[in-house]
Design a protein around this ligand. Sequence first.
Ligand code: GNR
Ligand code: NI
Length: 168
Amino acid sequence: MSRLSILEFPDRRLRRVAKPVDQVTETERQLATDMLETMYAARGIGLAATQVNEGIRLVVMDLSESRDEPRVFINPEIVDRNGAQTCEEGCLSVPGIYAEVERAESVRVKALGLDGEPFELDAEGLLAVCIQHEIDHLDGKVFVDYLSPLKRRMVEKRLRKQQRAEKV
Ligand code: GNR
Ligand code: NI
């Protein structure tokens, strides 16, 4: 297992649109394992391959209190969405920034598991928020894209400054 490094906004590589996986192999299983380790170490509830600079449609999540219920979604797609909810979101690629984002209250997701078998899941509440947040990453979107241009520029400025400070 190995821990991967997480790209940080406004890194352009977070804007790449990830490609579908056509066959689930040992490569995907190894990446999922490393991403779960990375997510647990960073105390996140989700992580998209885009965030670790891998251009494939793979997401890992764990919303359990006990941190022992890993979920893996390959080629996730929202096939139905209903209602609206607002949640204060954070992102491992936008450290220290939290902001309210409106998303669907419930979604039905279709994906492949690590065994390559398709499954569907009905999600609501935070699980639904997290799935929408992660699929956005696969499409090159970050939650700060939903903020006003002014707020987004403030976030960008703060993070660039932080990143400069970390380099020296
Ligand atoms: O750890 C995370 N917490 C979180 C909280 C509210 C809404 C979304 C998230 S996802 C985030 C991890 C992450 O950056 N995933 O891409
Ligand atoms: Ni994120």
